[in-house]
Design a protein around this ligand. Structure first.
Ligand code: ZN
Length: 243
């Protein structure tokens, strides 16, 4: 495990199947929250041992560096097998222990439908773990806790988001956090082909963030889905122009 200090009082916890998923789907949002003084955390379910490139140790080091760039207060990886994220009771308890330890008010999960089975399963597993975490009579070594709000980061999924978070000011730093995964995103052979590879990734990342930004009239954004309806207090304060 790559533990980072200070797990007390986390505002926003993002859970994802693989190291670097959060950086691609909701890293800008985590950074925006941190810049507003909120305390954020990342739980990766696997350690990336099935990845074609780099070792588990490389990825642990890179994940810690990415967390530092995103101003994340706490990050760990569980030992669930990469490529075999399963919604078992044992795994639900592993995740529930972390939820109890960190007591997040907001939990960000991967959208529950995805091309990669690990991503889809992580969304369902995370939700059920949040339920388990609140069971008063279940002894998991810390007091029961359920997050108030569960949000689904939907960037990997072809669904219309219910809202987006403006990351125009966080986009460059979020991209830097992704590039911290040097073993994944930079060509292994030194030199000539390094820059085209990075440029290609940047173009894809900017196109996605730009598309979701356009939907809300900002430059770059990250998309989210929630299962609940929205609640409005003041009609005059609803953002995003209609016409
Ligand atoms: Zn992934």
């Amino acid at each position: 495990m790559t533990a980072m200090p200070d797990a007390s009082h986390i505002d926003v916890l993002a859970i994802a199947a693989h190291r670097d998923d959060v950086e691609q789907t909701c890293g800008g949002t985590l950074l925006r929250m941190a810049e507003r003084g909120r305390r954020t955390a990342i739980l990766d379910l696997t350690q990336g041992e099935m990845g074609t490139r780099g070792t588990v140790e490389d990825r642990a080091r890179e994940a810690a560096e990415a967390a530092r760039i995103l101003k994340v207060s706490w990050r760990q990886a569980l030992d669930i097998p990469d490529g075999r994220v399963e919604n078992t009771y044992d795994n639900r308890c592993k995740v529930a222990r972390v939820i109890r330890q960190l007591c997040p008010r907001v939990l960000i999960l991967p959208y529950w439908q995805a091309r990669h089975p690990d991503h889809a399963t992580a969304g369902v597993l995370g939700y059920e773990a949040a339920f388990v975490a609140g069971l008063a009579k279940l002894d998991l070594g810390a007091p029961p806790h359920r997050p108030f709000k569960i949000l689904y980061a939907s960037l990997y999924a072809d669904v219309r988001p219910m809202f987006v978070v403006d990351i125009s000011e966080q986009f460059e730093t979020r991209f830097a956090s992704l590039m911290a995964y040097r073993s994944q995103y930079q060509d292994q052979a030194a030199g000539s082909s390094l820059f085209p590879r990075e440029a290609e990734i940047r173009e894809r990342i900017a196109a996605m963030a730009g598309f979701y930004g356009l939907l809300a009239g900002v430059r770059y954004a990250e998309p989210f889905v929630q299962k609940e309806v929205g609640l409005v207090d003041d009609l005059l304060a609803i953002p995003v122009q209609s016409i």
